[in-house]
Design a protein around this ligand. Structure first.
Ligand code: PLP
Length: 443
């Protein structure tokens, strides 16, 4: 059933039926699994999420950058329905099937680099990152992994160690996996000597820290998000990633791009590292790959991926046939509907309005991002002091008006926007109107 692409508020947000369900949630579900906006969903499609009270909210979150092709996208639904009726699981490691192979072929074709590649499929982003590290360690015979400030790579034990932020991701969950080393990110807005020096100085610091504290010859890989996601949509200073990638090559260290949030057309190209002309040795994908079904991948140079012995990689559900069918439907949608182009058009609509907002409200210190992965960072006016309180208030005001927005950032002071790439222009503008009204009321 298609959903009218229209915001509708029938009740306050959340409405009474959502509140009832939320009371059940609180009594039944572990409190550690938090909820940003407790409206209970019955349907979603295009740029709209429908709740149990009949409200229709504008979606600027895409379930955290997942439903890039839209929720219940027709090609995804058809592919899943056909697959689920044929067979649901055999385990690819026991008796394989074509869908897995076809997704691997697509990943090998679409990811940057014209060399021969191989892929392996998993269930979640964190699992893909864990496996990329396993493969890098196995191939190089080295253990150390270098990661960045503000990084987010997941919530499993190894990926907690790779993730930077303590609360809520790591607090009291240690001890963490060893041989992980953290270096500063080239974060232009917060670079002490100014954005113009950021790429150069951050690179010099990176080289020095790895040399003095890790040792190049102990280093298996450098793992980086080409645009940082949970860390606050930090776009590394132009040129920084290319310098790091070149340095990795000179030192036989693998460059792993975590494109789990930034990949699959989100930033206006298939992968965000393409904007910087960077070709990773390994690349991790998840989220947008399968239109909402759980699927993740590691793709990389054949000689690296093939280093691991048979049976060394895998898992019961990794590359589940239904998730693979969904991925093929999602990728076909991205190609047929030019969703990379759509992400660029979303930026053309959103960025000028966000910049206009920034010139009106001096609490907005920075507007950044790429494609349909955009954010504003809120500060105390004229300073770099994070303004998390106002960020939360603006997000809450948007929610009450039926706009799903998310926050992010190490300091909790970033409003991030991740609309489905199929959202219509009217909804995009209406969402921005709501955001502007929230600033007018709260800032
Ligand atoms: C860049 C990045 N890496 C890894 C992950 C972990 O993915 P998952 O939540 O599917 O385990 C995320 C999730 O937000 C992410 O944004």
């Amino acid at each position: 059933m298609t959903i009218e692409q229209k915001r509708v508020l029938q009740t306050s947000i959340p409405g009474p039926r959502s509140k009832e369900l939320h009371a059940r949630k609180t009594a039944a579900v572990a409190g550690g699994v938090g909820t940003t906006l407790p409206i209970y969903v019955t349907q979603a499609g295009g740029g709209i999420v429908v709740d149990v009270d009949g409200n229709q909210l504008i979606d600027f979150g895409s379930g955290i950058a997942v439903t890039s092709v839209g929720n219940a996208a027709p090609r995804v639904v058809d592919a899943v329905q056909e697959q689920v009726a044929a067979f649901t699981h055999t385990c690819f490691m026991v008796t394989p099937y074509e869908g897995y192979v076809a997704v691997a072929e697509k990943l090998n074709e679409l990811t940057p680099g014209s060399f021969e590649k191989r892929s392996a499929l998993f269930n979640s982003g964190a699992e893909a990152v864990e496996n990329a590290v396993k493969i890098a360690r196995h191939h190089t015979g080295r253990q150390a992994v270098v990661v960045f400030d503000h990084a987010y790579h997941g919530r499993t034990n190894l990926t907690m160690a790779l993730t930077a932020k303590n609360m809520p991701y790591k607090h009291r969950f240690g001890p963490f996996a060893g041989e992980i080393y953290r270096v500063p990110m080239a974060y232009p807005f917060r670079w002490p000597t100014g954005p113009e020096n950021c790429a150069e100085e951050a690179f010099a610091e990176f080289v020095s820290l790895v040399h003095t504290q890790v040792g190049e010859s102990n280093c298996a890989a450098v793992l980086v998000e080409p645009i940082q996601g949970e860390g606050g949509f930090v776009v590394p200073a132009p040129g920084f990633l290319a310098k790091v990638a070149d340095w990795c090559r000179e030192n036989d260290i693998l460059f792993i791009a975590d494109e789990i949030q930034s990949g699959f057309c989100r930033t206006g190209d298939w992968f965000a590292c393409e904007h910087e002309g960077v070709v990773p040795d390994l690349i991790t994908t998840a989220k947008g790959i399968a239109g909402g079904m759980p699927l993740a991948g590691v793709t990389g140079r054949a000689e690296i991926m093939e280093a691991v012995h048979s049976g060394g990689l895998g898992g019961t559900y990794g590359g589940n046939p239904v998730a693979c069918a969904a991925a093929l439907g999602a990728i076909e949608t991205m190609q047929a509907e030019d969703l990379a182009g759509a992400a660029k058009r979303i930026e053309q609509t959103m960025r000028p309005r966000l910049e206009a907002l920034a010139s009106k409200y001096d609490v907005i210190g920075d507007v950044r991002g790429r494609g349909a992965m955009l954010a504003v960072e809120l500060v105390e006016p004229g300073t770099l002091t994070p303004n998390a309180k106002l960020t939360g208030e603006i997000a809450a005001a948007c929610h009450q008006q039926g706009l799903i927005t998310l926050t992010a950032g190490t300091f909790g002071n970033v409003l991030r926007f991740l609309p489905p790439l199929v959202i219509g222009d009217d909804l995009l503008h209406e969402g921005l109107d709501i955001l502007e009204a929230a600033f007018a009321a709260k800032a």
